[in-house]
Each structure stands twice: as structure tokens, then as C-alpha cells.
Design a protein around this ligand. Structure first.
Ligand SMILES: NC(=O)NCCC[C@H](N)C(=O)O
Length: 253
């Protein structure tokens, strides 16, 4: 199996037609998005991740948000079944990529629906958003599958935002950060509140290193003050489509 690999998928020409659910739609500059994506990929490489590209899917506007298509846990890839029916074909390319990495493959079956953006892995705990995209059936299936890998699934209700990881992620030490307004926090150990919503999604690049959006300067400052190394990327064209920093990659540690 290939370690420290990041799966990414370049944006296609129809990116601007991507889904928007909770935000007001604004125009997306596809050329700028391609440059932002290239810079995001460069940041992963600079942090020591080997990048593998899932072939772009020009006919699938949201395919760039590759995180939503699969959950990788140890040597197992669980192919998602999006709560947005128009996104389900995206898993075809992802399946080839994860098989190419030598991962074992299973999948969420109907009536389950799940987007990878709802799945936050923190040590042996897997927080799963119960959201507009992910339902109880899929959470039960994921819990059964991941129990075999020693993981405990904790469902977390998400309201008013797309995915769990839109509003909550974890720092390298496992502590949770996010915006409580859109979460049922009753099952969570504790949540450090970030000063701006765009600061809720971070990608853990290393044991003291995180990736965060340029839209969250105050959060970046706080994390630096905590002693973390913080890499900032501008992903504004993806944020216009309700994507965050996590959604553009799948990290296979
Ligand atoms: N994991 C993520 O944050 N995914 C973002 C998906 C955005 C896309 N426009 C969608 O609505 O499905």
C-alpha cells in the first residue's frame, strides 16, 4: 500500500454549475479555480504528500470535491453514495484510484446516503454528520464496517450547513474546532470555537502542521499562536460552491 498519498481531482470545465444548497450562488471563475487548485496541490506536495490524481470528470461539475466520494480508514476504502443523486457517478473514477493504491473496497448501498465531507476521523473515533447528504442507514453501515477496524462511530446532527466538516474538524492533537451554531454538540467532548466560519475546516498535513483557507485569517493567527505551522491557501472559487479545504483531497496516511 502507498503511504502518505493524497488523492485529488482537477476541476472540470463545468465547475461553475456545481451545486449550491445553503449559500447564495455567485459566479465562479473556472480559470482562477484551476490556479487555486494547482496551488492547493502544491501545498500538499510541499508538506510531503505524494499526490495521485483521479482523472478529471468534465461532465460532473462537483467532481473536484473528491473527499465526498470515499472514506479511507487504514487499508479500507468505503465508497460513498452521495445524498445528491447527480454526484453519485463521481465514485467510478475514485474506485479506480483507490484500487490502484491497493486498498480494499466496500461501499455504501441504498437506501444509505453518505458524503465523505460528513466523516471526521479522530484517532479511533469517527464523527459522522447526520446531514442533508448523509442518513442514518449509511451511518449504521459505516459503523458496522469500521468496527472491524477498531473504530467507534459517533453521529452528530448538522443543520443549516452542507457537511459536518463544513463546521467542525480536528487539530493534530485531536481537539475539535468549529462553529457550534450548526451542530448538536451534546455527544462531543468539547469544541473550541473558531472566530470565523471559514476557519472550521482544517486539513492536518503533519503532526504540527495544518492547512487552512485564506478566508480565515483570524483562525490562522490563533493556530500559529498555539505553535502550529499553518499553511494558507486561497480556495475562494470552491468556497463559492460550499467547499472547504478538506473537500479537495482524500489523505491516505
Ligand atoms: N466535502 C465538501 O466540503 N464538499 C463540498 C461539496 C460542494 C458541492 N458543491 C456540493 O454541494 O456537493
Amino acid at each position: 500500500m502507498t503511504l502518505r498519498t493524497a488523492l485529488v481531482r482537477a476541476p472540470g470545465s463545468r465547475l461553475a454549475e456545481g451545486l449550491v444548497t445553503h449559500a447564495d450562488r455567485r459566479p465562479v471563475d473556472v480559470g482562477l479555480a484551476a490556479r487555486q487548485h494547482a496551488a492547493y496541490v502544491a501545498a500538499l506536495r510541499a508538506a510531503g504528500w505524494r499526490v495521485r490524481a483521479v482523472p478529471a470528470a468534465d461532465d460532473l461539475p462537483d467532481a473536484v470535491f473528491v473527499e465526498d466520494t470515499v472514506v479511507v480508514c487504514d487499508d479500507l476504502a468505503v465508497l460513498a453514495r452521495s445524498g445528491a443523486p447527480g454526484r453519485r457517478a463521481e465514485t467510478v473514477g475514485t474506485e479506480k484510484a483507490v484500487r490502484g493504491l491497493g486498498l480494499e473496497v466496500t461501499r455504501i448501498e441504498p437506501p444509505g446516503t453518505l458524503d465523505g465531507g460528513d466523516v471526521l476521523q479522530v484517532g479511533d473515533t469517527v464523527y459522522v454528520g447526520l446531514s442533508g447528504r448523509t442518513n442514518e442507514d449509511a451511518i449504521c453501515r459505516l459503523a458496522a464496517v469500521l468496527a472491524g477496524r477498531g473504530r467507534r462511530v459517533v453521529p452528530v446532527r448538522v443543520s443549516g450547513r452542507l457537511h459536518l466538516k463544513t463546521v467542525m474538524t480536528a487539530l493534530p492533537d485531536g481537539s475539535l474546532i468549529g462553529v457550534p451554531e450548526h451542530l448538536d454538540t451534546s455527544a462531543l467532548p468539547c469544541l473550541r470555537v473558531v472566530p470565523e466560519p471559514a476557519g472550521a475546516p482544517v486539513v492536518v498535513l503533519g503532526e504540527d502542521h495544518v492547512l487552512i483557507s485564506a478566508s480565515a485569517p483570524r483562525t490562522a493567527e490563533r493556530l500559529r499562536a498555539d505553535g502550529l505551522r499553518v499553511t494558507v491557501v486561497d480556495i475562494g472559487e470552491f468556497e463559492a460552491l460550499e467547499g472547504g479545504v478538506t473537500c479537495l483531497s482524500v489523505l491516505v496516511p
